[in-house]
Design a protein around this ligand. Structure first.
Ligand SMILES: Cc1cc2nc3c(=O)[nH]c(=O)nc-3n(C[C@H](O)[C@H](O)[C@H](O)COP(=O)(O)O)c2cc1C
Length: 178
């Protein structure tokens, strides 16, 4: 079997973004299982608000959509902003609308791992729910294990959620083997 391509998108514009670091850690686990990976975070997803009739012609958007078109699995990570996903991540997900006329529409048939961070548990969980709802709308298959992470808990968040992240990445690979 060829190496699956796992694409992670999300995070924030902050260079030290915990969400971005968590996405990179999840891709590291996917690489350890033999995947090719692409991380799309920060400026790589800083797009203008989505306007269906004006979405063509942006080079960064083109690279983003090309990566998603070749993805065998996706991982989406967002901070909780006011109880739900950030505008940066929502706008990036809005651009998936550009895949509506593809042979494979949106995330149809793809396993999708989800990571939500927040400064408290309530927003971490509500953001994870919002990401699941969006994934369903995009015809993707959220893995049973999703990560809701309170970044204010003591210790490094990557170390703390490592076991759950390993389960989530493992479920992506279980799905790909089906
Ligand atoms: C505009 C804004 C809104 C936020 N809203 C919430 C919130 O409603 N609940 C919460 O627990 N944390 C909230 N936070 C905190 C972030 O979710 C949290 O710090 C997150 O881990 C930041 O991720 P990052 O390190 O990837 O930037 C907010 C932060 C910002 C900047």
């Amino acid at each position: 079997m060829r190496a699956p391509h796992v694409v992670a998108l999300g995070g924030t514009l902050r260079p030290e973004s915990a969400t971005g670091r968590l996405l990179a850690a999840a891709l590291g686990m996917a690489e350890a299982r033999g995947a090719r990976t692409t991380l799309l975070t920060g400026d790589a997803i800083a797009f203008p608000h989505y306007e269906p009739d004006a979405a063509a012609g942006n080079a960064a958007v083109g690279r983003y959509l090309d990566a998603l078109r070749s993805a065998d699995a996706v991982i989406v990570g967002s901070p909780g902003y006011h109880g739900t996903l950030s505008g940066l991540v929502k706008t990036a997900l809005d651009y998936v609308e550009q895949l509506r006329t593809d042979e494979r529409v949106y995330f149809d048939g793809l396993p999708v791992g989800l990571i939500a961070t927040a400064a408290g548990w309530q927003a971490a969980v509500s953001t994870l729910h919002a990401l699941r709802t969006i994934t369903h709308s995009l015809r993707g298959w959220p893995t049973p294990m999703g990560l809701a992470i309170n970044t204010t808990e003591p210790g490094d968040c990557i170390g703390r959620c490592g076991p759950q992240m390993e389960v989530m990445v493992g479920q992506i690979f279980d799905f790909l083997r089906c």
